[in-house]
Design a protein around this ligand. Structure first.
Ligand code: NI
Ligand code: MN
Length: 225
C-alpha cells in the first residue's frame, strides 16, 4: 500500500491497481499549489465529513475520473444528486470493495456542507487492504470509541489529526495512538491555517518520548507500507 500526502487532510492511497483519494482539498490550499488535481488518478474518493477543507475538489475530480464517492449516507446522496456514482455507508458498517475492506467509524466533530446544509455525522475509515491495515481518523477529538478499532483490526498505521483547535492536538493524538494500539502515526490536519500551525520538531520529540513514531510528510511525498 502506497500513501501520498497531498496537504491538510488529503491523501492518495494506492492498493494494488486501485487509486483512492481521501478528502481532496488541494485547489484551496496555497501550500499545495504544486499539486495539479487533473494529474490525480481516482477510482474511489473517500470523504470523512462535509466540511469544505475535506470536500472542495471532490466534485471536479469525481466528474473527471468517474470515481465512486464513498461516505456517509448524506454526503454520498449529495454527490449522487450531482450525477456522481457513490456508495453510501454509515457508522459501524463495513463493505468489501475490490481493493479491500472499508469500515466507517465514529469521529467526534461536526459535518455541515459549506452552504450550511446537513452533512450527516462525521466519521473516519478503517481500511484493510493488501495485508496492511490503516486507520484514517478524519477530523476528530480523542474518543474512547477508538479503543474499539483494534478489537477488530490490528493496525499497521494510524493517520491522526494533530493540528489542535479543530481536532486533537499532539498530546491527545499520542493517547489516541495508545487507544488504537498502533505506535506508527502519520500526522495530518496541521499547518494549513493559522489556527493549526505546529512545531514539527517538538511534535516528533513528544511522540519519540512516548516510544512512538510520528511521520510528517512533505506535500506530495509518499510512503509505502
Ligand atoms: Ni472538519
Ligand atoms: Mn478539517
Amino acid at each position: 500500500m502506497q500513501i501520498t500526502f497531498y496537504g491538510h487532510a488529503s491523501l492518495g492511497l494506492t492498493i494494488g491497481d486501485t487509486h483512492i483519494l481521501v478528502d481532496p482539498f488541494i485547489t484551496g490550499n496555497p501550500k499545495a499549489s504544486h499539486i495539479d488535481i487533473d494529474s490525480l488518478s481516482a477510482d474511489f474518493i473517500l470523504v470523512t465529513h462535509a466540511h469544505q477543507d475535506h470536500i472542495l475538489d471532490v466534485e471536479a475530480i469525481a466528474k473527471r475520473t468517474g470515481a465512486v464517492v464513498v461516505s456517509n449516507y448524506e454526503i454520498a446522496t449529495h454527490y449522487g444528486n450531482l450525477g456522481i456514482e457513490n456508495h453510501p455507508m454509515n457508522h459501524g458498517g463495513h463493505w468489501e470493495f475490490e481493493f479491500g475492506t472499508v469500515k466507517y467509524v465514529n469521529a467526534i466533530h461536526t459535518s455541515s456542507f459549506p452552504d450550511g446544509s446537513y452533512g450527516g455525522q462525521p466519521g473516519g475509515f478503517v481500511i484493510e487492504g493488501e495485508h496492511k491495515n490503516i486507520y484514517i481518523a478524519g477530523d476528530t477529538a480523542l474518543t474512547m470509541d477508538m479503543k474499539l478499532i483494534p478489537m477488530r483490526t490490528p493496525l499497521d498505521l494510524a493517520i491522526l489529526p494533530i493540528g489542535d483547535n479543530f481536532t486533537m492536538g499532539i498530546e491527545d493524538a499520542i493517547t489516541a495512538s495508545d487507544f488504537v494500539e498502533c505506535d506508527k502515526v502519520l500526522g495530518y490536519h496541521f499547518d494549513t491555517f493559522g489556527y493549526i500551525e505546529i512545531d514539527h520538531e517538538a511534535a516528533k520529540r513528544k511522540f519519540f518520548d512516548a516510544n512512538k513514531d510520528l511521520m510528517l510528510l512533505a506535500i506530495g511525498e509518499s510512503i509505502t507500507l
